[in-house]
Ligand binder design. Sequence first.
Ligand SMILES: Nc1ncnc2c1ncn2[C@@H]1O[C@H](COP(=O)(O)OP(=O)(O)OP(=O)(O)O)[C@@H](O)[C@H]1O
Length: 437
Amino acid sequence: MCFVSRESAEGGRVIVEVDDKVATVRNIKADSRLDGTWDSREKTVAFSFDYCYWSVDPEDPKYASQEMVFQDLGTSVLSGAFRGYNICLFAYGQTGSGKTYTMMGTPVSYTICFILTGLFSRKDDYSDQTASCRVKVSFLEIYNERVRDLLKQSEHKKPYTLRVREHPETGPYVQGLSQHLVTDYKQVVELLEEGIAKRITAATHIHNASSRSHAIFTIHYTQAILENNLPSEIASKINLVDLAGSERANPSYCKDRITEGANINKSLVTLGIVISTLAQNSQMFSSCQSINTLTSEGESSHVDSPSTGSVSGTRRPAYIPYRDSILTWLLKDSLGGNSKTIMIATISPASSSYNETMSTLRYASNAKNIINKPRVNEDANVRLIRELREEIDRLKTMLISFELRNSSPSWSDDRDGNLTELVLQNEMKVRMIYMLL
Ligand SMILES: Nc1ncnc2c1ncn2[C@@H]1O[C@H](COP(=O)(O)OP(=O)(O)OP(=O)(O)O)[C@@H](O)[C@H]1O
């Protein structure tokens, strides 16, 4: 949360309080109705989150620095990446509320580098020759619904557009986006500064260096390991997203600026719809699960949603309009799929931003309900061998317990025979996979 100089200059009153994990917003309009007339609006609304930070005044002892924020969030980002999960971190909030400051940082301290430093330091642990890691980065912006590579020079000095495609297994990706191998902090800072310099920003009536494009900085982290004597790779993709600043159309702007604003608003509206629909589907899914406790995990993806109407009594989850904007299409997996996702809601504590603050916090509260299904991105053969080995261990344990309870010899003999057969079959499968590799 930050208090921009414009708001201080306007003498804005602070209407937000932060206490541990709760942010409370006061409605001063409801406060000021002293004439005795009835006002249905609540005077204060409290929102609880995993973390809340107060970054209004650096002189304030409560001031949360970027280091503090990334100590909390960065730890879960790093532990997820080390285990092979995709991670997405995105800041959502009103223009000028601190999205770029949070996601990118400043030349004095780039926040992205906190994460990369963590990944690089892990490299030192790979001294036993059984594992190694590789870090590559890419940086793109979405401007007027077109994707541009921020780390690749166009040959014709003309910005060129990259195409978004969708892989049936790995999901949407940008065709031809450059990836850069980095081995230390200095290389990352050089690439980051190159990309930030190319990114489109402009002065708006609210913020004089407003981001006019959405930017996605991606870290591709790959660990090569030796598991069960089999070389394999665990890959993790960390998406760090800085959204463009939204604002109301101002008639004094030129045509290009109005088109730009309309595209930003369109993608942010789509993002809002995607978040609320995902939240609604997830809520539906968890309530169906708690009612039907017998539903197995495999069946759960077919649990239907009552809210979206029904066809001959069957309920289905609401349609998620990912493809209505390039931003939501590219973030499809991060928002509702194979990713551990952290949303950072940035707000202004000023009374003049009351409506935007309430809307951002409501979205963030809604997003808490989204249930993603992250999985470890590892080699399919290695996963199969591990699962078969686990199954063999489980069957062997069962065999031992049957042998110990050998009360009915004929029945037990049958069971023993079946289990031994299963163990042998699985061991055969493991041997065959090894031979095929
Ligand atoms: N936590 C903070 N502490 C100190 N200054 C901050 C903080 N957050 C933001 N600022 C300052 O506030 C101003 C606006 O921040 P920033 O550019 O990050 O906003 P934004 O939400 O990205 O805006 P837009 O959406 O228009 O791009 C910047 O000058 C930035 O340095």
